[in-house]
Design a protein around this ligand. Sequence first.
Ligand code: ACO
Length: 431
Amino acid sequence: MSDAKTVKLVDESSKTQSEMPLISGTLGPACVDIGTLYKDTGYFTYDPGYGSTASTKSAITYIDGDKGVLLYRGYPIEQLAEKSNFLETSYLLLNGELPNKTQFASFEHDITHHTMMHENLKFFLRGFNHDAHPMAMLAGSIASLSAFYHDKLDVDNPEDRKLAAIRLIAKMPTIAAAVHRRSVGWPVRYPRNNLEYVTRFLHMMFEVPSEPLELNPVAAKALDLLFILHADHEQNASTSTVRLVGSTGANPYASIAAGITALWGPAHGGANEAVLKQLEEIGSPDNVETAVKRAKDKNDSFRLMGFGHRVYKNFDPRAKIIREMCHKVLNELGVKDPLLDVALKLEEAALKDEYFVERKLYPNVDFYSGLIYKALGIPTEMFTVMFAIARTSGWIAHWIEQHETPGSRIGRPRQIYTGADVRDYVGADKR
Ligand code: ACO
């Protein structure tokens, strides 16, 4: 939507002024449309980290960071967490509406019948050392899908785009489980299509040929919830990466593989692994005070992992839900994890510490998710892989939205050049 309102930019040096239109969405602050700024004024804008810059219009997810609101296609995350399931939420993200029973059955059928990974992927995975990080294996494997499915890669064809979305959501758990089994030296477990999405994944992760798997339904429920909460988060670093790569016309598997690598960093999805490692390092509630002190020390690079968020400056609504689930899961699975005591003490100490209060640093989604993954028996190095399985729905929904939006252009930021001024080449003998 374009408002009638404009914003005036006055250039005191040249005594000129230009007018730029304001654009409003359904919710959220209006944006100054600076698309013609360079043409009109000769200036670029500077916003490293994109703190004030909208890179796209999107109808998928809305966040109000000050109020702690997260909506998928208009539905509050709290309601989806309570009433929906991951596959239904994925349908919602992809299609814009909740499915009726027939639509859901058809979607679930499509997903269920694309769960197998190409047999040659097993050999591809064998090429990795057993101690390779699972995120490295996942990124490589997902990129390799464009080699396996190159017959259906026309990014301008809606049918090919839809098929890629189905394949990615369906195969991601199969490949993630295969990655885990490569790490521990177990044979790849094929998907059992009589199970639903999350339970099927847990079977592929943990079932061994020698005995049946006794799965507590609490485990599947908890993981399904975590997947819903991680499914999308508008223009975060990995989704923006998927869109930037997608803007070049790159195929969906290449675009999502790029998203996976962006997710890996500890400032983003890698935080869940980093949180657990940090809680282990802190070791005991008695050491929390020292950890908080270190986190505040500007001469120390130590940060409290799982605290802070670029957008949420009140609380992360997902963290609230996960916190509750964490207690429930540990109770119902009968897991006594001393790290929970460390986490609770850390949360309490940070929430009343002036440094954290002033900077509005609250526990984020990944502060508690690691404790749940750990209780489910998922190894620490697989935590970010879990995040990637869930976020695949959001990534591919954004990739499709981008391709359905008329007039999309290649993403190409500008820069402020700070290097040497123009100078003449000097021969090696004169240097
Ligand atoms: N511990 C200690 N201090 C922190 C932390 C932290 N976790 N996070 C931010 N700060 C401080 C910064 O040092 C800075 O202080 P200053 O104003 O005195 O210089 C201030 O708070 C603002 O921090 P920025 O880094 O500018 O905030 P930004 O929005 O760029 O970063 C981020 C957000 C990356 C999430 C950051 O808070 C962080 O590194 N947190 C820890 C990692 C983490 O949990 N990441 C997961 C995010 S959620 C997700 O991606 C799924």
